[in-house]
Design a protein around this ligand. Structure first.
Ligand code: 5AD
Ligand code: SF4
Length: 468
């Protein structure tokens, strides 16, 4: 069931280049965690077809750029990179350059026309076609497939991990989004929401466990609307899936992102609170503190309903951290709407936040119906105020951690010193501490002594037998 059909038909008879003669593939990833996860699926598909992955761009026969369209500046960065690839292609004429992901879906053939260097354009649901499209591109023809699917979840593909630490991995459990927030391009670039077979999710977590991984983040644009109604499994909603995964793999920490405030159920909150290896952190994007703006954004909740969910989290889960996304300067936002965002932030006391200026995206509901009428300097000032306030809230949250002891999963060596390690606590806060013989993958109990703006700093309170 295709939602968009723009495949350029090329006869197989014209294919005369074997994929392996193109040389290894280098892939550069922009945007969200879902794109990181998709790039790992792409590398796996390429590997199955005899095309190896390289992290050295100079050595590549194929360069793929996995793109993001969420804000205009995300696309600008990609255009900048394409100029660099153009220089490389001048020196190495056989080099193939492909654009994959959300920009491919949004701009389609325009990418082939406006940037003559682009050989391939492939949308997020067409990655299985990559090997054959590469062969087409190898004949000198432009290859494009931006078909969206209602079924594709890449469930059977075991991603080739690119995380570098061997400790923490992403597992995508659903794709697409049906919410149509008025500012957002995702429903158009990633298509309709669909959930992945729970059996394949559990199998993938099992493979990660076998490979020594200690943490997985279950990914979806809106994980709380995960739904599986096939018979043969007791798992139907996200809470069931999360609980089953956590029980089956008690040595693995479970994280998840992103939760839509309208869909986060008490059932999920109770599952988190009674399951020790589910992390106590919820990313709950608010976007605005003004009910009027939330309605224009088509978010499906009011300020009061959002704060009620925050209160439920605080009531049901002890010591849960909450993070958020905020957009400054959405269409028609007044000073009073903005002040409501600031006051909501103070009420919610976010532990951390991702904060953006509104960026109008072509063809979204907001772009079609609402003028982007907040002046740039006002957007900038409001964003600055939001960032400053969040700085204070983050400091307050870290100050509250002083003297506490957290179980930290070690991810690697600290950037500042080889004698220090870093990892995260259940609340997703970064903790740095003296190595004392510990290594990545260990769980270490760390007592917090001080903090910087971004990090908690402490000392291990147990020996090598400590932690889990
Ligand atoms: N402009 C600014 N920020 C946006 N986001 C999504 N679309 C836009 C846009 N058009 C932000 C939202 C979302 C996060 C992933 O990106 O805050 O939660
Ligand atoms: Fe975009 Fe809203 Fe879907 Fe998030 S929930 S991806 S903001 S449409």
């Amino acid at each position: 069931m295709n939602m968009s059909s723009k495949k350029q038909h090329i006869s197989p008879a014209t294919i005369n280049l074997t994929s392996s003669s193109s040389g290894p593939v280098y892939i550069e990833t922009y945007g969200c965690q879902m794109n990181v996860s998709d790039s790992e699926v792409v590398i796996s598909i390429m590997k199955e077809n005899g095309i190896h992955h390289t992290t050295d761009i100079e050595n590549a026969g194929i360069i793929l750029i996995n793109t993001c369209s969420i804000r205009e500046n995300a696309e600008q960065r990609v255009w900048g990179r394409l100029d660099v690839f153009r220089q490389m292609k001048m020196k190495k004429p056989g080099l193939l350059v492909g654009i994959i992901g959300c920009m491919a879906e949004r701009l389609k053939e325009d990418l082939l026309e406006s940037k003559k260097l682009v050989d391939l354009v492939i949308g997020p649901d067409a990655y299985r076609e990559l090997p054959s499209l590469l062969k087409e591109a190898g004949t000198g023809q432009k290859a494009i497939n931006v078909l969206l699917s209602r079924e594709e979840t890449y469930a059977d593909i075991s991603p080739v991990r690119t995380d570098n630490n061997g400790v923490s991995a992403f597992v995508s459990i659903m794709r697409g989004c049906n919410n149509f927030c008025s500012y957002c391009v995702v429903p158009y670039t990633r298509g309709r929401e669909r959930s992945r077979d729970p059996g394949s999710v559990l199998r993938e977590i099992g493979e990660l466990s076998e490979a020594g991984y200690r943490e997985v983040t279950l990914l979806g644009q809106n994980v709380n609307s995960y739904y599986w109604n096939n018979t043969g499994t007791a798992i139907t909603d996200f809470s069931d899936l999360l609980e089953k995964a956590a029980h089956e793999y008690p040595g693995i920490r479970m994280r998840f992102s992103t939760s839509h405030p309208r869909d986060i159920s008490d059932k999920l909150l109770y599952t988190i609170t009674r399951t020790p290896n589910i992390c106590k952190h919820i990313h709950l994007p608010v976007q605005s503190g003004s009910s009027r703006i939330l309605q224009l954004m088509n978010r499906g909740y009011s300020r009061e309903q959002y704060l009620e969910r925050v209160a439920a989290i605080r009531r049901i889960i002890k010591d849960c951290s909450i993070s958020t996304d905020i957009i400054a300067g959405f269409c028609s936002e007044t000073g009073d709407d903005h002040r409501q965002t600031l006051s909501l932030m103070e009420e919610a006391v976010y532990d951390f936040a991702f904060m953006f200026k509104y960026s109008e995206r072509p063809d979204t509901r907001a772009a079609n119906n609402l003028p982007d009428d907040v002046p740039e300097d006002v957007k900038s000032r409001r964003l600055k105020e939001i960032i400053t306030l969040q700085g204070k809230l983050s400091a307050k949250s870290k100050k509250g951690d002083l003297g506490k002891t957290f179980e930290v999963l070690v991810e690697g060596t600290s950037k500042k010193s080889d004698n220090e390690l870093f990892g995260r606590n259940s609340q997703n806060k970064v903790v740095v501490f003296p190595a004392n013989g510990f290594k990545p993958g260990d769980y270490v109990n760390v007592n917090i002594l001080r903090h910087t703006s971004a990090t908690l700093i402490g000392v291990p309170v147990c020996d090598l037998e400590g932690g889990k």
